[in-house]
Design a protein around this ligand. Structure first.
Ligand code: NAG
Ligand code: NAG
Ligand code: NAG
Length: 276
């Protein structure tokens, strides 16, 4: 089946700060998900009994998704706060931002991954150039037919290009929802699992606001997915953006699967050549 992209051109502003009460559903954690300020702020909490999460009601095939996020302050070791896109089923696609907590004063790790057809293993990790618990910062995923770009406060930190399915899989067939959650990942998250969650510090709370979505909204059966304002649909990194990405990777990248010969003894995956 071939999908058509119908471009509908709206007047300039199509990125609405979404109202959490209207656009998102709680997925788990019951009252650990709290919607405040008339739908403008959402908090997720984790305690010993449960984490919590929410997801978008709509599904999207391509888009530029952003959120402003303030991470768990203080001792957040063992906790994982996430913001990601995912489809359903056993051969799902997923584009991940995961924020791995740390002891007070030690840096959070931003963990990114791209999963296609249920297969991941494409991790890149970064430290940040600011304290992500002191204030809200913007984390964005741009996902179009050519490329996936991860941004922090508008600065690109990672790209994952579509090289064509014969070379490397790229998620471009399955619609995804926006998901967010907080959970206990102390088996692996902080210093590889050495540091466990200190439950005496619970509940651990992360705050979300201004989720904005410029995207092609998927509607089952119609075969069409209108994209609204779509400058992002053709976007790729230009020279200056690529330089900023390289600057960030040089200073703040702490793990890159493409440079892990222990995992890939036959040489790195094909997409690595185009994405560094
Ligand atoms: C958000 O949606 C809720 C429920 O529909 C409504 O009560 C609230 O006024 C909305 N908030 C804003 C800022 O429009
Ligand atoms: C926690 O801090 C340590 C020490 O600075 C650092 O090596 C690690 O990358 C940080 N992040 C996580 C999630 O462990
Ligand atoms: C909300 O997010 C959008 C898209 O990232 C941004 O353009 C806008 O300035 C943000 N609004 C506020 C109040 O921060």
């Amino acid at each position: 089946m071939k999908f058509l992209v119908f471009l509908v051109v709206f007047p300039l502003v199509t990125a609405f700060a979404s109202n959490f009460s209207q656009e998102y559903d709680l997925t788990w954690g019951s009252d650990r998900v709290r919607i405040l300020n008339n739908g403008e702020l959402l908090t997720l909490s984790l305690d010993k009994d449960s984490g919590s999460g929410f997801q978008s009601r709509k599904e999207y095939l391509f888009g530029k998704m952003s959120v402003q996020l303030k991470l768990v302050p203080g001792d957040s070791a063992g906790t994982v706060t996430s913001y990601y896109l995912a489809s359903q089923g056993s051969t799902w696609d997923e584009i991940d931002f995961e924020f791995l907590g740390n002891l007070s004063g030690d840096p959070y790790t931003v963990h990114t991954n791209v999963i296609t057809g249920g297969k991941g293993g494409r991790e890149q990790q970064f430290h940040l150039w600011f304290d992500p618990t002191a204030d809200f910062h913007t984390y964005s995923i741009l996902w179009n037919p050519q490329v996936i770009i991860f941004y922090v406060d508008g600065t690109p930190i990672r790209q994952f290009k579509n090289l064509g399915s014969s070379k490397a899989p790229f998620p471009n067939r399955q619609a995804m929802r926006i998901h967010s959650s907080i959970w206990n990942g102390d088996e692996w998250a902080t210093r590889g699992g050495l540091i466990k969650t200190d439950w005496s510090k619970a509940p651990f709370t992360a705050s979300y606001r201004n989720m904005s979505t410029q995207a092609c909204i998927w509607t089952y059966g119609s075969g069409a997915y209108p994209c609204g304002s779509s400058s992002w649909l053709a976007r790729e990194l230009d020279g200056p953006s690529l330089e900023r990405l390289m600057w960030v990777q040089k200073r703040y990248m702490i793990y890159n699967y493409c440079m892990d010969p222990k995992r890939f003894t036959q040489g790195p995956p094909l997409e690595c050549v185009a994405n560094t």
